[in-house]
Design a protein around this ligand. Structure first.
Ligand code: AMP
Length: 372
């Protein structure tokens, strides 16, 4: 099967690694000639807006997908007119606009933080008074990893917050005093078959994911599954989806969904029978989905900025290192490490390994709290 992918970063790379095992072929379109997926297929270097490049990808591929949601709707619509694109342009359009996304959640009885659409500093003032709580101003589109966001705690913060997000259409959202952040990843095929992974508990710092832990038999699993099922069915969704949720007491509130494979599911490569990357390919190729069974404890630590030296990593021999082949840069995701608890390890020993890795990558607070 020939898969075309818009984007050629680590998500495209991991899809290609999964697919090449069964002789799938890959072509990537990216504006970055140094894309880390290049060794895994054919790289078309061009602007995402370049219609000739879009056509080249569409004419070669049996099916096209994408690794990030900020790809333009026109580009996807042009490709979709020539070859199937999954997830569809309509799912992409909803996910790339926080207002449409939260409106969809609420229409499907999927709860969210209270929010208001705002398009001027004056509207922010009115919305802030109405919500009457600390809030986060978020651009409706093009924000990721905490970018395009500003916290507003008092009326005095509004002018600076509005300027910092560039004065573009936004939503003002009440801050949620969450107990934990979780995500549920699922895959749906064109026939409507759905496979769910165990939910992940996720820890962020500065808006960037640092740690994901797979939770087997979590009491919120069924609720999370029913939320993501409603969304997928409403969108007639095909492919892998990730729904990020806040847990407050016994309630789950949806934050956002990603119409693609997701960082909080990287642990599935070693931790589940079928990885999220393989299941995404199976879903968009209209094949039976693979088992999502997880039989032991699994965690993933992100490597942000740089990869620890080999000598330091030797302290955790069970570490499965995924180095994406990207150059070091502050706040850039350059790799991740998955840890799978083996039969000889106690839960405490496994947690000690995760904690050692967290401390190694500069997450001292998380390392300490994880052991408790
Ligand atoms: P987002 O870009 O919406 O995924 O937000 C990035 C991170 O900011 C989330 O993972 C949360 O840790 C935090 N965050 C976003 N929205 C809220 C909210 N309404 N209340 C509390 N924390 C939030």
């Amino acid at each position: 099967m020939k898969f075309g992918i818009l984007g050629a970063g680590q998500l495209a790379q991991m899809m290609a690694i999964a697919g090449r095992e069964i002789n799938d072929e890959f072509s990537f379109l990216s504006d970055d000639p140094n894309s880390c997926s290049a060794p895994y297929g054919d790289l078309i270097v061009a602007s995402y807006e370049d219609v000739n490049a879009q056509n080249k990808l569409a004419q070669w591929a049996d099916v096209v997908t994408y690794e990030f949601e900020n790809v333009s709707g026109e580009a996807v619509a042009n490709i979709e007119a020539q070859v199937p694109v999954h997830p569809s342009s309509s799912a992409l359009a909803v996910s790339s606009d926080r207002l449409l996304e939260k409106t969809l959640f609420n229409s499907q009885q999927v709860g969210t933080a209270d929010f208001c659409a705002v398009s001027s500093a004056e509207e922010v003032v009115n919305a802030f008074k109405e919500l009457a709580r600390p809030c986060i101003l978020k651009t409706r589109s093009e924000g990721y990893d905490g970018k395009g966001q500003a916290v507003i705690r008092s009326l005095d913060d509004i002018a600076a917050a509005w300027e910092s997000v560039g004065g573009v259409p936004c939503i003002l959202e009440a801050m949620v005093p969450f107990d934990r952040e979780i995500s549920v990843i699922a895959a749906r095929s064109p026939s409507g078959e759905i496979a769910y992974y165990p939910i992940s508990e996720n820890s962020h710092r500065e808006g960037i994911l640092r740690l994901s832990v797979a939770l087997q038999n979590d009491p919120m699993q069924a609720t999370a599954e029913s939320m993501v099922k409603r969304l997928m069915e409403e969108l007639n969704y095909v492919g892998v989806i990730a729904l990020e949720l806040f847990q407050v007491g016994n309630e789950l509130l949806a934050n956002e969904f990603a119409p693609r494979v997701h960082n909080t599911g990287h642990w599935t490569i070693e931790g589940a029978v079928t990885s999220q990357f393989k299941n995404h390919l199976l879903a968009i190729a209209d094949e039976r989905l693979g088992s999502t069974t997880v039989s032991t404890d699994v965690a993933m630590v992100n490597l942000i900025g740089s990869i620890p030296e080999q000598e330091r990593l030797a302290a955790v021999p069970a570490a499965n290192l995924h180095a994406y082949g990207k150059s070091d840069r502050a706040n850039r995701k350059v790799g991740h490490i998955t840890l799978v608890r083996n039969n000889e390890q106690s839960l405490y020993e496994f947690k000690q390994d995760v904690s050692t890795l967290l401390a190694m990558v500069g997450e001292a607070d998380l390392a300490a709290s994880f052991l408790k």
